[in-house]
Ligand binder design. Structure first.
Ligand code: CUA
Length: 321
């Protein structure tokens, strides 16, 4: 019988391709470290015995290793380390860069819960239903302090910060229920700030979505909010409008009054809504009021999702971190 409770296995299951890649690197690194540790420790013992002082007046003499031996013990470890570096970098990039066709979900952390918004408009707390075999990108922020989103079976983890967006992606390949943890100490109930990711067959997922209360999609809700907050009065997309057109801007480069530039991503849109004067687009006046305190994190996401939808088809998607 295992001493480890079933829910907390010594080594978590692997439910994504990235999890297998990361474990392969982990075990390769562990193997290399074990081989070299045993080799070095073994040689120390062997040399200590083989070359020990055998008479009290014996004096050691200097030995010079032949050049070929120096080369062998330099080049072989160098090759192994460079191989591990290249392999690790490759897997790191795969794990960090979401595929272009990833479906975007929004996550808001707060003391002490996780809130999820599906593209379909469905919302959940502490439970996230996802289809298997589909790359899922989470765009995450926090309402208060730093949290961290972690699912051990997926081998991915990302800090969730107040005031900005970070992202994380995964593609689950096994139907199942996976524990979700907050991995950054965030207050007295940090240890209770968890939940479950429920990975389902795509057909079951569609059925689950349908069984929720009637929903409008994120983009639709965003469009309504855009009108409610009268954003559309200035961002008309016409030449005489007071604010720049928002059509096809996502993923493009904008130039500011001071001549500097930036790529329009979620973090830039967020800043422009909450602090419009921070970086003013060239040719426009500082007329826009701040929406700080007037839209909460979940509403911000709706507005950003709607503005992104105005650029659909350009294939642009970036959280810029
Ligand atoms: Cu949230 Cu720890």
């Amino acid at each position: 019988m295992s001493i480890w409770p079933e829910q907390f296995p010594l080594f978590p299951d692997r439910a994504t391709a990235i999890a297998r890649d990361i474990d392969a690197i982990y075990f390769f690194g562990l193997g290399v470290a074990t081989v070299f540790s045993l080799l070095i420790a073994g040689l120390i013992v062997f040399f200590a015995v083989r070359y020990r002082r055998t008479s009290p007046d014996e004096v050691g003499q200097r030995e010079q290793a032949p050049a070929w031996l120096e080369l062998v013990w330099s080049i072989i470890p160098l090759g192994i380390l460079l191989f591990m570096f290249a392999w690790g970098a490759q897997v790191f990039f795969d794990a960090r860069r979401a595929p272009a066709d990833a479906v975007e979900y929004y996550v808001t952390g707060k003391q002490w819960m996780w809130k999820f918004q599906h593209p379909s408009g469905n919302r959940e707390i502490n439970e996230l239903h996802v289809p298997v075999g589909v790359p899922i990108k989470l765009i995450m922020t926090s309402e208060d302090v730093i949290h961290s989103f972690w699912v051990p079976e997926f081998r991915v983890k990302m800090d969730v910060l107040p005031g900005r967006y970070t992202d994380l992606w995964f593609e689950v390949d096994k139907v199942g229920v996976y524990r979700l943890f907050c991995n950054e100490y965030c207050g007295v109930e940090h240890s209770l700030m968890g939940g479950r990711v429920i990975a389902m067959e795509p057909a079951d997922y569609e059925e689950w979505l349908g069984s929720g209360q009637p929903q409008t999609t994120l983009t639709k809700s965003g469009e309504q909010l855009f009108e409610e907050k009268t954003c559309n009065t200035c961002h008309l997309g016409r030449s005489f409008a007071l604010g720049p057109s928002l059509n096809d801007i996502f993923g493009t480069e904008v130039t500011f009054a001071d001549g500097s530039t930036a790529i329009v991503d979620e973090n830039y849109l967020r800043e422009s809504i909450l602090d419009p004067r921070a970086r003013l687009v060239q040719g426009y006046q500082a007329l826009m009021p701040t929406f700080q305190g007037q839209v909460d994190e979940e509403e911000l996401v709706l507005l950003i999702d709607y503005i992104k939808s105005l650029s659909e088809g350009t294939g642009a998607s970036s959280t810029g971190n």
